[in-house]
Design a protein around this ligand. Structure first.
Ligand SMILES: *Cc1c(COP(=O)(O)O)cnc(C)c1O
Length: 478
C-alpha cells in the first residue's frame, strides 16, 4: 500500500504560496526575447511544468524548501530549458564519426548538393510531377528518371518505388503470384530490419522453390526445378555476407541463358546496386547494375540509398514487357515514390553521367574512395583545432583503424582509415560519449580501449569545427 502523503508543514505552505502564478510568469516571459517566436501553447506548458517541478521540490523538502524566487528568476530559467527542449526538432542532423559510411541508423546516404538543390526546387512549389508539359496533359511520374536510368544502365525500361524491399515485393507479386520461383539456398538471405527473402516471397503470394545447397548451387539444380509452374528464376546478391571456401554460384549470364531456353524470366535483386565498378578504385569488386542488365536479367532491383548514394528508393530496371506489368500493378499505388525523393534521385542520377564527377560530388562515393592521405590530413586538422583549446586534461592520438561500408554493402571490406582517439582526464570514455551524443548537433563515435574514437572517413570537412566546439563545451562544463 502507498503511504499517505505527509501534509505540508508551515514553511512548505509558505513556500507554496510564494510560487509565482502562471499568468505572472507569462507576463514576464512576454518581455523576454528568448521566448519571442515560441507558440503560446508551448510557453504555457513549459511554465506550468517549471512551476509543477518547483512545487514538487518544495513538498519533497529538496534544498530545505528554499524560496522559489521571483517570476523572472531561476524558475524562468527552467521554463526556458523546457521551451528549448520542446522547440528542438525530433529528427535532427548528427555528426557521424563512426566510420560506417552507409549507416542505416544515421540515415544511410547523404545527398549530394545537386540532389538537395533538386529537392528544394520543387518542395515549396508546384511541379510537373505527373504533367506532360509538351503535350499539356497528364504525364508519368517516372519520366523524371526513366530515361536517365535507361541511359546509365543500358536497360530498356525503368521505374522506381519507395524502397528496394518494395521493389522486390512488387516484382515477385507481379511476375510470380500463385506460381513458383526458383532460388538457390545460398540466396535465401536476411537483410537487417527483418527483410527475409522467404518471407517476402510468401507475402508476394509466390511459391518458393529452393534448389542447391548453402555453399554450392549449379546450373542443373535450377534446370531440374523448372516445370510448368515456374514463373521466375531469382538471384539475390549476397550484399551483407559472404561464403568463402568450397563454393559455387551460377553466373547471371548462364542463368539468363537457361531462362531464355525455357521461356522463364530471370530476376536479380542486387540489394545495394552500384553503377560504379569499385575495383577500379582499389576496392572490392561489386557487381554493377550495368553488368546485370548486360548479363540478360529481365528484371533488376536495387536500393537508391546504399552504394548509389541517393535518397531512399527502390529502383527497378529491365525489359519493357516486365517493367510495364510491374508499373500497372495496383500495389504500385501503395509503394509510390514521393516527389521529393524523385527530385533527389534525378539530381543524383544526373551526376552519374560523368563518373569522375560522381565520385567527388556524391558523398557516399567520396567517402568510400577517400585516400588515406586525405583522411590523415583531416585527422591533423582536427588535432590542431583541439590543441587550440589548450586544455591539459585533453589528450588526442591519431590511430590507423578501419572503416566499414555498412548498410549491408561490401561486407568484408575493411577500409584503412585514420581515427582520432580522445581521452579527457577524470572522465570515462562512456561519459564523454554520452556528452557528445547530447551535443547539438550530436557527435556519434565509438568507444575503444576506454577512449572515444572518431573515424575521419565519415566526418565531413565542415564538421571539424563542430566537433571542436562540442569538445570545448564538454571541457567547459566540467
Ligand atoms: C538492402 C537490401 C534490400 C532492401 O533494400 P531497402 O532499400 O533497404 O528496402 C533488399 N535486398 C537486398 C539484397 C538488400 O541488400
Amino acid at each position: 500500500m502507498k503511504a499517505a502523503p505527509v501534509p505540508p508543514d508551515d514553511l512548505q505552505k509558505k513556500r507554496l504560496r510564494e510560487l509565482p502564478a502562471v499568468d505572472e510568469m507569462l507576463a514576464a516571459a512576454r518581455s523576454d526575447p528568448a521566448f519571442a517566436r515560441v507558440p503560446a501553447a508551448v510557453l504555457v506548458a513549459s511554465i506550468r511544468a517549471a512551476i509543477e517541478a518547483e512545487r514538487r521540490r518544495i513538498l519533497a523538502n529538496d534544498g530545505g524548501a528554499r524560496a522559489p524566487g521571483p517570476a523572472d528568476g531561476p524558475l524562468m530559467e527552467r521554463a526556458k530549458q523546457a521551451v528549448r527542449q520542446a522547440m528542438m526538432p525530433n529528427l535532427r542532423r548528427v555528426v557521424n564519426a563512426t566510420g560506417v559510411v552507409i549507416h542505416t541508423n544515421l540515415g544511410r546516404s547523404l545527398l549530394a548538393e545537386e540532389a538537395v538543390e533538386r529537392m528544394l526546387a520543387v518542395a515549396g512549389r508546384y511541379s510537373n510531377l505527373e504533367y506532360d508539359l509538351a503535350a499539356g496533359r497528364r504525364g508519368s511520374r517516372y519520366s523524371a528518371v526513366r530515361d536517365l536510368l535507361c541511359e546509365i544502365t543500358g536497360a530498356e525500361d525503368a521505374m522506381v518505388v519507395n524502397n528496394n524491399a518494395g521493389a522486390v515485393l512488387i516484382s515477385l507479386e507481379t511476375i510470380a503470384r500463385g506460381r513458383s520461383v526458383v532460388v538457390s539456398r545460398g540466396d535465401l538471405v536476411e537483410i537487417g530490419g527483418s527483410f527475409r527473402i522467404p518471407d517476402v516471397m510468401a507475402k508476394s503470394g509466390a511459391i518458393l522453390k529452393e534448389v542447391g545447397t548453402t555453399n554450392r548451387t549449379h546450373l542443373r539444380d535450377y534446370e531440374d526445378a523448372i516445370d510448368p509452374q515456374t514463373a521466375l528464376l531469382l538471384k539475390v546478391h549476397w550484399s551483407n555476407y559472404s561464403i568463402i571456401g568450397f563454393t559455387a554460384q551460377v553466373p547471371l549470364a548462364e542463368l539468363a541463358a537457361l531462362g531464355s531456353r525455357h521461356g522463364v524470366p530471370v530476376m536479380e535483386d542486387l540489394g545495394s546496386g552500384t553503377f560504379v565498378d569499385f575495383s577500379k578504385y582499389g576496392l572490392r569488386k561489386e557487381p554493377t547494375v550495368q553488368e546485370s542488365v548486360a548479363g540478360g536479367a529481365d528484371v533488376v532491383t536495387f536500393s537508391g540509398d546504399k552504394l548509389l548514394g541517393g535518397p531512399q528508393a527502390g529502383i527497378i530496371v529491365g525489359r519493357t514487357a516486365m517493367v510495364e506489368r510491374i508499373r500497372k500493378n495496383p500495389i504500385n499505388r501503395a509503394l509510390r515514390i514521393d516527389k521529393l525523393t524523385l527530385a533527389a534521385l534525378e539530381g543524383t542520377l544526373r551526376l552519374y553521367r560523368d563518373e569522375p564527377r560522381a565520385l567527388t560530388a556524391i558523398p557516399t562515393l567520396r567517402m568510400l574512395t577517400a585516400t588515406e592521405e586525405s583522411l590523415a590530413a583531416r585527422a591533423r586538422d582536427l588535432t590542431r583545432l583541439l590543441a587550440a583549446l589548450a586544455d591539459a586534461r585533453l589528450s588526442t592520438d591519431t590511430v590507423q583503424l578501419s572503416s566499414k561500408a555498412g548498410g549491408g554493402s561490401l561486407p568484408l571490406l575493411e577500409l584503412p582509415s585514420r581515427c582520432l582517439k580522445l581521452r579527457i582526464a577524470g572522465m570515462s570514455a562512456n561519459a564523454l560519449e554520452a556528452k557528445l551524443r547530447r551535443n547539438d548537433p550530436p557527435v556519434i563515435g565509438r568507444i575503444e580501449d576506454d577512449a572515444f574514437v572518431m573515424d575521419m572517413r565519415t566526418v565531413q570537412e565542415d564538421e571539424l569545427a563542430i566537433i571542436a566546439a562540442a569538445i570545448s563545451s564538454v571541457l567547459g562544463a566540467t
